[in-house]
Ligand binder design. Structure first.
Ligand SMILES: *Cc1c(COP(=O)(O)O)cnc(C)c1O
Length: 223
């Protein structure tokens, strides 16, 4: 079942778009099934859960952290996480830098943009993002690599609203690229789109999509 769903999602993605299989709340058996179907990249949004699953999966599994990350928990994932998609404060970026240094690594990070109408979603507003980057102290952080932007659209069936939001984040992404990363090719990722809106995200320039339900089925939050 997972194999078929995964193949169905993959078949709709252009070759330049990476698929993160969002496996939060699903048991390791489900991740193994996806792994056996060729999936290597998984996304989790709780530190404890990711740290529990990581040693149970083959070593070439790639882990993206996609949820709100508390600074005091960065140290648990710093040794192995391959991308932190949800950096929402400069303080968090500093802590990731510190823990990456301790682990002898440089950790790629995406800056999360708050674009949705819901108040509950984390992230920098576009103004906050430009102010943070403009302030410039992040340039001294040697063990993080700002690699792009991540966002979640408003949770609505109105896909024209969702499209507008993705488009505005893509515009912001270009602006940040040319203003702060001119001549560098490392700031190149745009992570947007989930099960119900990833086709729109791809049309609007996503390079990474994060799909859970469409691959693993509905989550049960009781475990
Ligand atoms: C859970 C989650 C997803 C995947 O959501 P689905 O609707 O199950 O595809 C994507 N991005 C983030 C940040 C998430 O927390």
């Amino acid at each position: 079942m997972i194999r078929e769903r995964l193949a169905a999602v993959r078949s709709t993605l252009p070759g330049n778009v990476r698929l993160v299989a969002v496996s939060k709340y699903h048991p390791v058996e489900a991740l193994r099934e996806a792994y056996d179907a060729g999936q290597r990249l998984f996304g989790e949004n709780h530190v404890q859960e990711m740290v529990m699953k990581q040693p149970q999966m083959p070593a070439d599994t790639e882990w993206h952290f996609i949820g709100h990350l508390q600074t005091n928990k960065v140290k648990y994932i710093a040794p192995f996480v391959s991308l932190i998609q949800s950096v929402d404060t400069l303080k968090l970026l500093r802590e990731i830098d510190k823990q990456a240094a301790k682990a002898g690594r440089t950790i790629p990070c995406l800056l999360q943009v708050h674009i949705a109408r819901e108040e509950t979603k984390f992230g920098f507003t576009p103004d906050e993002l430009l102010a943070m980057l403009g302030e410039g102290s992040w340039r001294g952080l040697r063990h993080v690599r700002p690699s792009g932007l991540m966002c979640m659209a408003t949770n609505t069936d109105d896909l024209s609203e969702v499209r507008r939001e993705f488009r505005s984040v893509h515009d912001l992404f270009r602006q940040v690229q040319t203003t702060f990363f001119a001549g560098q090719d490392t700031f190149c990722e745009l992570s947007m789109g989930m099960s119900h809106d990833y086709p729109v995200a791809v049309e609007e320039g996503a390079t990474i999509v994060r799909v859970g339900t469409k691959i693993f089925g509905e989550r049960t939050y009781t475990t």
